[in-house]
Write a protein that binds this ligand. Structure first.
Ligand code: MLT
Length: 312
């Protein structure tokens, strides 16, 4: 009996390490989600998952690399909400975001927080807005480039204030956080995955969380809505993708490994400690990620077009 086609292919899968491309720098929120997830998924698959930070162009370099990778399950991509905003922000992407991938499943949702260097004078969000309106021309806002979650949150924040602050693009919010903690830049808006420790340890100043409800572990941090930015809400969701054309049974093995990983108590604790919510099992599926991706592309497109920020 000879097995042919995808069944034969997937039978031994995975028989060598898998590369997980991370679109942003080491030490940042996506990198953290990637490394924690890769460890547990690797356990479930009985193979090593190697995390590779392929940074640049707001995450679109890694995304393009994943889109053109061999669809054999050995190169996969982690990305967040930015994969959907980049679809409109970039006029010329070398891939069609809605069709270039075989989605594996959603992983986590992370609230975002508006933060500053610790010695910036304002102490509340209302004071911060007044301060930015007066001094914003001299201030700097670090983000991870057009297509980052920090870019989207910053864009919404500046639109809500009706005041622009000069943005400094980095290769990820790991380096943004280093420069914010050392006082070289003034502001950012970043995922709790990256900010829970620095806010808690008073290495940066936290003004607001961008979700509907306060964080149970930081009950004193108001929501942006409560603190005066009515209806201001944005959060980063993360998912895993394989290139389009990846055999169905390889996709199924990766999805099963993701679901197993998200039940791993070790993983759940590590994410809970940094206010990063693990999705329910029925969201860690190709259909749920596909629906999320498509609806988020459609949701952000008019908002980005109205803000008029594009890259070629
Ligand atoms: C990162 O990992 O650096 C972030 O997810 C960047 C961002 O999108 O703000």
């Amino acid at each position: 009996l000879t097995l042919t086609g995808t069944a034969a292919f997937a039978q031994g899968y995975p028989n060598k390490p898998i590369t997980l491309l991370v679109p942003f720098a080491a030490g940042g929120p996506t990198d953290t989600v990637a490394r924690v997830t890769a460890q547990s998924m690797g356990k479930a698959l009985g193979q090593t998952i190697i995390v590779e930070n392929a940074t640049g162009a707001g995450g679109t370099i890694a995304t393009a690399r994943a889109a053109r990778a061999e669809p054999d399950g050995y190169t996969i991509l982690i990305h967040h909400i930015g994969i959907s905003t980049a679809a409109t922000l970039y006029r010329k992407l070398p891939y069609d975001t809605k069709t270039a991938f075989a989605p594996i499943g959603l992983i986590t949702n992370a609230p975002m927080t508006i933060i500053s260097r610790k010695d910036l004078p304002p102490n509340t969000l209302a004071e911060l807005v007044t301060y930015i309106k007066a001094n914003g021309d001299k201030m700097t806002f670090g983000n991870a480039g057009l297509g980052a979650a920090s870019h989207l949150c910053g864009m919404l924040f500046m639109t809500a204030m009706d005041k622009q602050v000069q943005t400094i693009p980095y290769k990820g919010n790991g380096p943004v956080m280093n420069d914010l903690m050392s006082g070289q830049i003034d502001l950012t808006c970043d995922q709790t995955t990256n900010t829970t420790g620095p806010i808690g340890n008073k290495l940066v100043k936290g003004y607001a969380v961008t979700t509907k409800a306060r964080l149970s572990s930081m009950p004193d941090l108001p929501t942006a809505d409560e603190a005066g930015l009515k209806g201001f809400e944005v959060g980063a969701w993360h998912g895993i993708y394989a290139p389009k054309g990846t055999p169905d049974d390889v996709v199924q093995k990766l999805t099963k490994a993701l679901q197993d990983a998200l039940r791993d108590p070790d993983l759940v604790k590590r994410f809970t400690d940094i206010n990063t919510d693990v999705v329910p099992q029925d969201q860690a599926t190709p259909a749920a990620l596909k629906a999320k991706l498509d609806s988020e592309i459609d949701r952000w497109a008019p908002i980005i077009k109205a803000a008029g920020q594009f890259a070629d």
